[in-house]
Design a protein around this ligand. Structure first.
Ligand code: SAM
Length: 295
């Protein structure tokens, strides 16, 4: 019999290398997330919380049940536990003046997809940028904000944040886009309904074969999520983006993500901003023409 190497003796639950490997494989298959061994403690702590919550006393039993047809809701909780959701308003700020300029040149209505929206700061930043670009709280913009993690989407949809989350925003932006909590709501701000109404939140796994998001977009934000995926996964996601982008659309990436190494469908437009390469536009054009004929 295989002797399993325990990773620590002083832990509440036994956690072997084999348990870690099983979790690693499951989350890779389910969400595309590649976990390095450096994440062992994080995995123990986050999945350990699931064991406690559901009442298991061993990782092995929990994983046996999950693999042997665990409930959809436990799969969801398991996935939610292993995502990393760090984000902030106007993160990587240099993107937003570029987006504002882009928006002003487009035919309306404008469609934007925020593909790893986390707790909502990114789609609300996109919405604020659109309001500022058009000088109204009702810009001709529709934002679809998606994430695999249903917990963060709930937070995003609520649009309520501790004051510290907006502490770096200008007073003007705070006043224009947020309501300040008073009384029992002291210490939090709420996104104004007008901003909230520009956004549709929905769950979407970037690993899904089809995204079913309707008409192509004028811009896609895919920031700070590809870093969790390996190259083949990144490449297959980028391939699915191409038909979802209008020929002039922009694709915004995170600061440490370079799509040129994984796909030749895009060319660089500016720092971590991409557009479709000539070949992709031509291919798209042909597809459109073929589509036209069949009408
Ligand atoms: C670090 S956050 C980035 C948030 C935001 N885009 C930003 O740059 O501030 C990464 C997000 O990607 C989401 N994510 C991870 N794997 C995913 C997948 N397979 N499909 C969709 N979203 C995923 C996580 O749930 C998390 O909210």
């Amino acid at each position: 019999m295989l002797v399993q190497e325990k990773l620590h003796d002083d832990r509440e639950f036994e956690f072997t290398k084999h348990d870690f490997e099983r979790i690693r494989k499951l989350i890779y298959k389910h969400a595309g997330i590649s976990l390095s061994e450096a994440k062992t403690d994080m995995v123990y702590s986050r999945v350990g919380r699931r064991l406690r919550a559901v009442g298991y006393n061993s990782f092995k039993q929990y994983l046996d049940d999950l693999e042997g047809g665990g409930s959809a809701s436990e799969w969801e909780s398991f996935t939610n536990a292993l995502t990393t959701n760090l984000t902030s308003f106007f993160r990587e700020e240099h993107h937003f003046p570029i987006l504002a300029e882009h928006l002003k040149q487009l035919k309306k209505p404008i469609r934007i997809w925020c593909s790893a929206a986390s707790t909502g700061e990114e789609p609300y930043t996109i919405a604020m940028t659109a309001c500022e670009a058009f000088g109204t709280l009702k810009p001709p913009v529709e934002i679809i904000a998606t994430d695999i993690d249903t917990n963060v989407l709930e937070t995003a949809s609520r649009g309520i944040y501790p004051n510290e989350r907006v502490s770096k925003l200008s007073e003007q932006r705070c006043k224009e886009f947020f309501l300040k909590g008073t009384g029992k709501h002291q210490g939090v701000v709420k996104v104004r309904n007008e901003l909230r109404n520009l956004i549709t939140f929905q769950q979407l796994n970037l690993l899904d074969a089809n995204y079913n998001l309707g008409e192509p977009f004028d811009a896609i934000f895919c920031r700070n999520v590809m870093i969790y995926f390996d190259k083949p996964t990144q490449s297959s996601i980028l391939t699915k983006f191409v038909p979802l982008m209008k020929s002039h659309a922009l694709l915004f990436a995170g600061h440490s993500e370079n799509f040129l190494y994984v796909s030749n469908a895009f060319k660089l437009r500016g720092k971590t901003v991409y557009e479709l390469s000539k070949t992709s536009v031509t291919q798209r054009g042909n597809e459109t023409k073929t589509g036209d004929k069949s009408l």
